[in-house]
Design a protein around this ligand. Structure first.
Ligand code: ATP
Length: 618
């Protein structure tokens, strides 16, 4: 027997690695307080729905009362006279109940869905306020599962929870009142069972919450594996890792099954326990009722009506218990949402920002030191250099030296731990984030395209640009020709992440986007690395057009376009070890020169002036 009980209450085995971050545990009351303000716009409708909730049990009570009248005034005396009235009243009550039920159900769904829509959008909007660092840390699949699955559970806690609890309480009060009115001795016997119900429901609530928490976490893990795996389908198939991925998915899915079973065991036990209790209660009452009937202290109609009221009373008591379980289950989901909402962006706009229109574009990096949050080593150390407006600075160095990290600091995806980056003499942190980023255009190594049309992607750089400006930008980016050759021209969809275009085409769209943005600062992070020699050459002329007149920071590790930069900064393991022009650094014959000769063995004995043109195809 004890082993059976153990089995019933056993939590899901933790035989799969936990993939998702657990949310902090919260009390139901805190969860409720947290989300109640979100229901504010619906409070009027909620009040109306409560009125309907109030009317329904009243009609129900009246209906059952008619049943008593029918037995005592029609059936027992075998007198037909009162019947038509009773029948008409019964029909009227049934129709009215129907109308109220419909309105109440529809209203509840309407409020619930609109509340959900608002909350979902709020969580999504919040995610977009978070710094890029958040997305580096979190598993996207789990975040998606929170956004789609867990948000729904909150509705059952905050809205349906309120109406259903109120409805159940009203029914309990009404039916108890009538029971006491019919025969108080009998009523007393039947109410003994109520606190027992309540105790059982309470003891179940915590277990159900634990089980639900486990289940929601596992659902997040499934979504995480699916997202990571399907997102890398090409890689997985190329390396024949399909089965390994299926196994990984299956393990997470199995974990979910175990958690769902553990939750079902606890949940399903509740009903039968309550059933047994109910039957015992009814038997006891019938016994006492027969006694009362024999003593003539209650009529037959009275006794039958009493039993019907009683059965009606158990329904709300029971659903109140069930509801507690639902609410505790839902609060496990709510914890996961609160956990997301409590994430604060690492970088924020200041309260009193320095106004920034179009920047002149002078950049000054001053003793910057930086390490990624949660790591132990500095990625950048004492970085100082100045980029004059309109000039090109090339940042060069081995893989992992910290070049891309520098661009992340310039875009304020992160802030330096020490030192400052200044734009036109002011610390980047003094400007509003939007204004700062509006002054920067980027072209990255792996071009990011949105799933939309080519026009959407170019106009993302400046949504208010005209069609003519867009075409000019595309021309300057050497993209107009190939775009026109596409079946739907600028209206052609590029597919998810631009998969329907070639690497070089994607890059030229990105250049057009940067072109149309017409920002004074340009960040190029290895813009030709992923392209072959021919494609890089094709991209180079538009890139040069884009760079002219803008403060450009170009990161490159194959030294393309670097040779004619105004200054070159050589990063080694997070620190600047050399700085100067191409010719100066070649003369130094240190890290930069070595890297350069590695890429251009043929140039070793040639004068540096010709190097820029030759380096294009590297
Ligand atoms: N989000 C991150 N969290 C923690 N560490 C990171 C993160 N991004 C990069 N790093 C670490 O910072 C260091 C510098 O990375 P960074 O991407 O800036 O190098 P890089 O010079 O641009 O390299 P590559 O030329 O290969 O692109 C690396 O050691 C890397 O492991």
């Amino acid at each position: 027997m004890p082993s059976l009980v153990n089995w019933l209450f056993r939590p899901a085995e933790a035989d799969t690695e936990g993939l998702v971050e657990a949310a902090p545990v919260m009390r139901v009351r805190e969860v409720f307080q947290r989300f109640w303000p979100d229901a504010r716009p619906f409070r009027g409708w909620l009040a109306l729905s409560l009125v309907l909730v109030l009317l329904a049990p009243m009609l129900e009570t009246a209906g059952i009362w008619l049943f008593k009248v029918l037995i005592d005034n029609v059936l027992t005396p075998r007198d037909f006279d009162a019947f038509p009235m009773i029948a008409a009243a019964y029909a009227a009550i049934t129709v009215a109940s129907g109308v109220i039920d419909f309105s109440q159900q529809y209203l509840t769904v309407w409020i619930g869905e609109n509340f959900l829509h608002r909350l979902r959008t709020k969580v999504f909007a919040h995610l977009h306020t978070l710094s890029v660092g958040f997305f580096d840390r979190r598993r996207i699949g789990d975040t998606l599962s929170r956004l789609t699955g867990d948000v729904g559970a909150i509705e059952s806690l905050v809205l349906s929870g309120v109406t259903q609890t109120t409805s159940s309480l009203i029914k309990i009060v009404l039916f108890t009142g009538v029971l006491v009115y019919l025969n108080w001795q009998l009523a007393l016997v039947s109410l003994v069972a109520v606190p027992i119900f309540w105790l059982i429901a309470r003891s179940f609530a915590r277990r159900i919450k634990d089980a639900s928490r486990e289940e929601r976490g596992r659902t997040g893990s499934i979504a995480t594996v699916a997202e990571e795996s399907l997102g890398n389908a090409a890689l997985i198939q190329a390396y024949g890792r399909e089965q390994a991925e299926v196994d990984r998915f299956s393990r997470q899915s199995r974990g979910n099954v175990l958690a769902a079973l553990a939750s079902a065991r606890v949940g399903a036990l509740f009903s039968p326990l309550v059933d047994v209790l109910e039957v015992l209660g009814v038997m006891a009452i019938v016994g006492v009722g027969i006694w009362e009937l024999a003593q003539n202290r209650i009529t037959l109609g009275g006794l039958l009506a009493f039993l019907v009221y009683l059965s009606q009373l158990y329904t709300p008591v029971r659903s109140l218990g069930q509801l507690t379980n639902t609410i505790f289950g839902a609060s496990a989901s709510a914890e996961r949402i609160i956990n997301l909402l409590d994430e604060r962006p690492l970088v924020r706009s200041p309260e009193h920002p320095t106004p920034l229109g179009r920047a002149r574009g002078g950049l000054q990096v001053d003793e910057v030191r930086f390490r990624y949050p949660g790591t132990t080593a500095d990625v950048l150390r004492d970085i100082s250099f100045t980029a004059l407006p309109g000039q090109t600075t090339a940042v060069v160095g081995a893989s992992g030296a910290g070049k891309s990290t520098l661009t992340k600091l310039l875009l304020r995806f992160y802030d330096p731990d020490h030192g400052a980056i200044r734009l036109d003499g002011h610390d980047l942190r003094e400007y509003e984030l939007d204004r700062l980023r509006a002054n920067i255009a980027i072209v990255l190594q792996e071009t990011l395209l949105l799933d939309g049309t080519i026009a959407d992607n170019i106009l993302a750089g400046r949504p208010d640009a005209t069609e003519q400006q867009m075409i000019e930008a595309a021309r300057a980016a050497d993209a107009h020709e190939f775009v026109q050759a596409l079946p739907e021209g600028y209206r052609t969809r590029v597919g998810q992440r631009g998969r329907l275009l070639s690497g070089g085409q994607r890059q030229r769209i990105a250049i057009a986007r940067a072109m149309i943005r017409d920002a004074p600062i340009l960040l190029l992070d290895e813009p030709t690395t992923s392209l072959d020699a021919e494609a890089s050459r094709r991209v180079l002329a538009p890139l040069r057009r884009l760079m002219s007149g803008r403060t450009t920071i170009v990161i490159s590790h194959n030294l393309m376009t670097v040779a004619d930069a105004h200054q070159i900064i050589y990063l080694d393991n997070g620190a600047i070890t050399e700085a100067g022009t191409h010719a100066q650094l070649l003369t130094n014959n240190d890290g930069y020169a070595h890297l350069y000769h590695l890429h251009h063995p043929a140039d070793r004995h040639q004068p540096p002036a010709s190097a820029g043109a030759d380096s294009q195809g590297a």
